[in-house]
Design a protein around this ligand. Sequence first.
Ligand code: HAM
Length: 433
Amino acid sequence: MSSAFRQTVRGMRDLLPDEAEKLRSIEESARELGKLYGYREVITPVVEHYELLAAKIGEENRKRMYVFEDLGGRRVALRPEFTASVARLVATKMVSVPQPLRLFSVGSLYRYDEPQFGRYREFWQANYELFGSSKPEADAEILVITDDLLKRIDLRSYHLKINHVGILRGVLDGEGIAEEQQNNVMQLLDKKQWEDALSLVREAGGSQRCLDSLRSLFEIRGREPVQVTHEMGEVIGGFPRALEAVKNLSGILSLAEESGAGIDFYVEAGFARGLEYYTGMIFEIFATEMDIALGGGGRYDKLIELFGGGMVPAVGVAPGIDRMSLALDKQEVVSRESAVERVFVIPVGEDMVSEALKVSSLLRGEGFRTEIEAMGRSVSRALSDADRRGITHAVIVGAREMREGKVVLRDMKERSQETVSLKRLFERIKETQ
Ligand code: HAM
């Protein structure tokens, strides 16, 4: 076999048990949280029609899609996000389901990004979408659920960077700049190329007043939502649609603050996102130690209509599971999984193997994670292996103790042991956790 097969394809990863456990644990928190807020899970295919996925994903993302022809000659792609698929569902199979509709998804996505820290070609997202409401409380709910997830996984230090695409688009609309040109400006802003964005607006016929407003706007940013949105309003006063957008953003931020969630916002007037379907509030999550976003979201009121499902306003967020896991590592947050007790059952000699199997079943029946010594090793060798693998409790099953309905329970951390009856075993493990 060629040695190339011994490695994963560039940008693809094997997740070994520790990494897989961390990822699944975040996924579990995301799923539980979804249920708590009334989001029901939908499972959509990894392979979709190229046109669906490419429709409003933006130029940069479009170039990075895994596109191929299937054996039936269809032009298909691996999903680079969930939003288009979920919107397709709402526009087709769920048109008659009463709104608001809250849908959750989790799974792997594919983008031909340049592999580097936190950037993979296969990655995982949790995804929450709320359909049917254009009210600021819907936007606020998405911000609050995002913050709640970060708190639940114990991330300590992060903020939400937030803006509203209607502000920039409102200014550009006011100048009669076509949507396609606006999209190009947004792509440049997403890459923080402010000067290039301004040059493009000039080329597209933007007036000096518009350029001045944009230049001032790009400098407005800060942690005080009331003050920052006030400054934004002052700068774009001459553009009524942009002003409406500022009011909308300010309303959303007030509701999110009043919810008591205590979200740390950073409002940045020149912030844009690469995805083209956004029509309202947009935001990204940043952990203090990392300059790549842990998640992103926003309002997109026209996508369902584009997919033929009528006017259905929508807002959502996709927290990236891989990057949240990296942020937890950076902040040295201990995974909850590692705090769970793990029991190792060791038979003393071959004669006790069947008894040990029975004890293991009893333990699992009580919900303890239980492994059994399966290599016929001596008690001392099995114990040193258990130590190395972070086992919390060993249960030694010997003939003498078993005759009295007892086993030896060893607390691996304290390095102490006691003989306990099978009846007391479960309680003692819990007590010595
Ligand atoms: P996005 O900003 O493209 O938004 O992706 C959301 C998150 O997915 C990113 O913040 C990041 O954590 C993760 N992510 C993206 N690309 C990669 C990569 N190459 N490697 C690792 N992680 C990555 C969306 O996908 C929108 N669909 C979000 C949304 C939902 N908007 C409304 N509803």
